[in-house]
Design a binder for this molecule. Sequence first.
Ligand code: SME
Length: 162
Amino acid sequence: MEAPITLPTTTDRASIYAALHPQVEALLATSPDAISAMANLSAALHAAFGWHWVGFYRVVGNELVLGPFQGPVACTRIGFGKGVCGSAWQQERTMVVPDVELFPGHIACSSLSRSEIVVPLRNGAGKVVAVLDVDSTEVADFDTLDAEQLAMLCAPVEALLG
Ligand code: SME
């Protein structure tokens, strides 16, 4: 059985990330499979921060297809350059959107989402093959700390992406 994730009793996000790193690394080290790793990382992040929606979309052909996630049901397919996820894929960069209502073309899977961060995941050849999408019910809930820390937490998943 996998050890449960234990977290400090603080709302300080940097401290929560610091506690998460070794545990996520140990958890993902038990998985030889990218989908399992995405599933457990989604669960760990959702439990740690209580965000509205945490999950992955994978590049399949010419679109993003819904992968493992935690939260309400979501759109299953997103085109290249569409919404925040498709834009992060197209621009090959992390996108932090403080207010989704001000983002042209935002795909509203849930009307409760107010801000969002999308982190691209690359395979060994440097090609974007998936994205991590995190949605919050709070406006401006994400900043450069999240961009940096979430990218670091995704590194073990990227290592499984070929
Ligand atoms: N809001 C995203 C779509 C995915 S869901 O929120 C889960 C976007 O605009 O890319």
